[in-house]
Design a protein around this ligand. Sequence first.
Ligand SMILES: Cc1cc2nc3c(=O)[nH]c(=O)nc-3n(C[C@H](O)[C@H](O)[C@H](O)COP(=O)(O)O)c2cc1C
Length: 354
Amino acid sequence: MRRADEFCAAYGLKVPILMAPMAGACPPALAAAVMKAGGMGGCGALLMDPETIARWAADVRAKSDGPFQMNLWVPDPPPPPPRDAAREAAVADFLANWGPRPVDLSAELSISFADQCEALIDARPTAASSIMGLFPPETVDQLRARDIRWFATVTTVTEALEAERAGADAILAQGSEAGGHRGAFKADKAEAQPIGLVSLVPTICDAVSIPVIATGGLADARGLVAALALGASAVQIGTALLRAPEAALSPAWAEGIGQARPEDTTVTRAFSGRPGRALRTDYVAASERPDAPAPLPYPLQRSATGPMRAKGRQENDLAYIQAWAGQSASLARATAAGDIVASIWAEARATLGQ
Ligand SMILES: Cc1cc2nc3c(=O)[nH]c(=O)nc-3n(C[C@H](O)[C@H](O)[C@H](O)COP(=O)(O)O)c2cc1C
């Protein structure tokens, strides 16, 4: 509790709960609801251009004056992934069974990370969080100059030590239970080192001297109490908020989350080319068959699945939806986000005798 109290005091929080930044699933209304309940809002800005980043921050500020984080993916070092016409054609043929055949795979390559960083810094969030690597030193300097804290997502102790050395203010320890993309710095290691939160949090806490925020599979008071006992200063929750009305998720995805046992989720590259944890939908299962073509490298596979994902949203059909979900999906409650945050904290305090 002392660690949680200190973290809350440092970041202007009433509860040590952060909304996970979830690209494509973080409307301002969801962040504002979490902020009004005393937690930290979150924005996954991966797919946002500079104007959209500025608008998101303005929308949230119009609704609440609480703290929020904005998150960017650190791009892989050059060169960009090689193009392979034969492989791309095989993937396009496969995807033609799941919606309109993809034609243009270049769309997702066009957003500039440097422009996104500039817009994020101009938006002045409480914290900027990184995933898939570390912010470059010049970005770290710019954040510091504007008094924006840096939360670095890591999946191993080695990555946590690198982040601390590079100047991170807090570590976001992402366990392998987590919904959405795994934040491993090296894409090819992401599946090889799937470390669960019970091992990851205490070993990182022993290794670093900055606060650790636990994320992955935390969805109720039991998870929060466990994370604090393991040494975390706060928790970050993603999937647990996705059934809230403010998340405005496709109903089929929200329903799928409510029904999914841990074993109904799996880590797949089939949506984007980077591994992420999703519901094992019909498409995911089909992509695991031996005769299915291997996914293209990120972000080409994301472009390739664009038409299928659009069809899934339009038709509200889970088979075509990129249905990210963490292993504790079934603990997510279909109720207002503010109530979810408030009740997790109230129950945790009662458990802790506070
Ligand atoms: C729909 C969805 C989108 C996500 N997008 C991002 C993202 O853009 N950036 C990021 O750092 N993490 C992203 N994540 C991962 C979360 O930050 C966090 O690690 C994860 O939600 C924690 O696990 P949980 O879902 O079991 O709570 C996403 C997760 C989900 C479920």
